[in-house]
Design a protein. Structure first.
Length: 150
């Protein structure tokens, strides 16, 4: 499948016609990360600084963000039990579900940086997700097991 395939992400049904698709957003982010990797100044660009520090630092950030997603999800689950996750507090502080969204965004961002370290575009991940659509998770695991055991 081509990395330019746009079938992996369609606009949400309630999105305005001019709203960028998920693919547009991820592709643009992939472009920015690649550009900062190639030309960015580590003193001015967080992405360039990560690349200057090397792959281990990038992967450490992915691990940290994954842990923060787990913690935010646990907080959201507790807040859901308390029926607070869908609203904001009077002081404007984000609720637990909002925190989960922020942390997942951080994880996705750092994952895109990790992909860029291997010259892999976000569109390839979307293409893989599209390939798996309609495929049972158990079926996918069984196929992977066959490949690994072969």
């Amino acid at each position: 499948m081509s990395t330019n395939d746009t079938s992996a992400a369609a606009p949400a049904a309630d999105a305005p016609a001019s709203a960028p698709t998920s693919l547009d957003v991820l592709a643009h982010l992939g472009d920015v990360v690649a550009q900062r990797r190639a030309e960015g100044d580590p003193d001015k660009s967080y992405v360039a600084k990560l690349f200057a520090k090397g792959l281990d630092q990038i992967l450490k950030k992915v691990g940290e963000e994954a842990t923060e997603v787990v913690l935010a999800a646990k907080d959201a689950d507790r807040a859901k039990d308390q029926a607070k996750a869908a609203t904001r507090m009077a002081d404007g502080q984000p609720q637990a579900a909002d925190k989960l969204v922020y942390e997942v965004a951080d994880l996705w961002f750092h994952s895109i940086v990790a992909l860029a370290a291997f010259d892999v575009r976000p569109e390839r991940v979307l293409a893989e997700l599209a390939r798996r659509e309609g495929l049972s998770g158990l079926e996918e695991f069984a196929r992977r097991g066959q490949k690994e055991g072969a």
